[in-house]
Design a protein around this ligand. Structure first.
Ligand code: AMP
Length: 321
């Protein structure tokens, strides 16, 4: 099976990214699939303040992904901006996409409805980027695209654009299927009703951040006054989130974790989470600096593979136009 996945370089990886992205990629790479991992640096520019930061962030991101076990010999890791076919195909696909479809995408709605921006003020890239995302995917004709709940809408649009092109022009795009990532969402340590995200740094556990910060954040994680450890996200959101984190770190079933800690205090539980965190990520944290030096070769290799494969599809398109 061929698989295409991508991640936007907006910062250093946190535990939520590990749960929702890296972990499933690690599983997929062991199954012997042909995998393309695109670092979506062009997408990062939909927030133009990122333009000067993105180079450093993406190099760092590649080093982190590889430190965590993604093998560049099994997964082609490349920068989206280095394969010029992405925006080229996106232009062609935009002629097969209605504005109505773009206006109903979550991200655009978030900007205009929740953040109350006027439609006229939204930068065109923020409206148009789902088309670029469709091109990112269709360029490689993948069988599967791993997506979290939040990205399902974009994949559905991608399929619609592909069907539209196949029907009106020529059947050249495979209709990609979604591979839903199974892991539960990790919540913020300061507000367990919200998703863990770098926009809330105190509640966000960076995998590579300084040791003392990690210890401090876990120790301060919101709990409750009951003093008992069991899983119930509605009545005990903080503790349930810590149970999920522990589950992620040691891969034991939730029931076993509940049994293990039925007589423990919250402090003992948190101390063990800290210990397991460094057991799980200690070697990746150590390796990162060294791998950072290898990033240019890693993405060069990825680019060669991505170029070769995407060239086949672009050659088909060129024959048509
Ligand atoms: P982001 O950093 O929000 O662009 O997300 C990158 C990837 O990490 C996506 O696949 C997200 O679905 C996943 N992800 C981000 N935050 C979390 C979270 N708190 N829990 C689980 N998965 C997450």
């Amino acid at each position: 099976m061929r698989i295409l996945t991508g991640i936007k370089p907006t910062g250093s990886l946190h535990l939520g990214n590990y749960a929702g992205f890296v972990k499933s990629l690690l599983e997929l790479q062991e199954k012997g699939h042909e995998i393309f991992l695109m670092i979506a640096d062009l997408h990062a520019l939909t927030d133009p303040t990122n333009i000067k930061k993105v180079k450093k962030i993406k190099e760092n991101l590649v080093a982190e992904i590889v430190s965590l076990g993604i093998d560049p010999k099994k997964v082609a890791i490349f920068y989206q901006s280095e394969i010029y076919f992405h925006p080229y195909l996106a232009w062609i696909l935009s002629c097969f996409t209605s504005l109505g479809d773009l206006y109903r995408m979550h991200h655009f709605k978030e900007l205009t409805q929740n953040l109350k921006m006027k439609k006229e003020q939204v930068n065109a890239g923020a409206l148009y980027y789902p088309v670029l995302q469709a091109a990112d995917i269709l360029l490689y004709n993948p069988d599967l695209v791993p997506v979290g709940e939040d990205q399902k809408q974009h994949l559905e649009l991608t399929r619609e654009i592909a069907r539209n092109f196949n029907k009106k022009v020529k059947k050249i795009f495979k209709i990609p299927k979604e591979y839903l990532t199974q892991t539960a969402e990790i919540k913020s340590l300061t507000n367990p009703f919200k998703k863990m995200s770098k926009s809330d740094p105190d509640g966000c556990l960076g995998i590579f951040e300084p040791k003392n910060m990690i210890i401090q954040k876990i120790r301060k994680a919101v709990t409750d006054s009951e003093g008992k450890i069991y899983y119930n996200p509605t009545t005990k959101p903080g503790i349930s989130n810590l149970i999920l984190i522990y589950h992620l770190l040691i891969e034991k079933p939730l029931k076993e974790i509940e049994n293990e800690f039925q007589n423990s205090s919250y402090k003992e539980f948190k101390d063990l989470i800290i210990e397991k965190f460094f057991e799980k990520f200690g070697s990746a944290r150590e390796k990162k600096k060294e791998i950072l030096l290898e990033v240019p070769q890693i993405v060069k290799l990825g680019k060669e593979i991505a170029f070769k494969v995407s060239c086949q599809l672009i050659t088909e398109i060129e024959k048509i136009i």
